[in-house]
Write a protein of this length. Sequence first.
Length: 156
Amino acid sequence: MDTTFTGLETAIAIRRASWRDLAAVKELEAACFPQDAWPLLEVIAVLTLPGVVRLKAVERGEVIGFVAGEVRRGEATAWIATICVHPGQRGRGIGRALLAECERRMKLPRVRLTVRASNTAAIEMYQRAGYTEVGRWPRYYRGGEDGLVMEKSNGR
């Protein structure tokens, strides 16, 4: 089932992503994460493996955002594996909409994610969405930067 919202002046659809979106997701990862873009095999895996909620934001036929969340039922925890919005499309609520829809579809009481400690815009978005810092992974990212582990409890 698709979800639609208005991002400033046009309708943006949030749809399930699949292997057919490989090129668009790979391009988006490279544009959003110059240091940390996933290699081709990881993008293929996130677009095909079971237990992954994968959604894309589409405007005028173009993929402008992507989120993937891994469902870990045994831990009663879901992990946002990646979320990205094309740099030219940020500030329109696309990231928040993707995050909220991914959380809704994963249907678990706790959602976690990791973010670069220097990515203040993303950290602020996550905090507004109800996430709090619960840990730090030293030197997690390329270049030696720490990763902040953030968590949201949905009370389910």
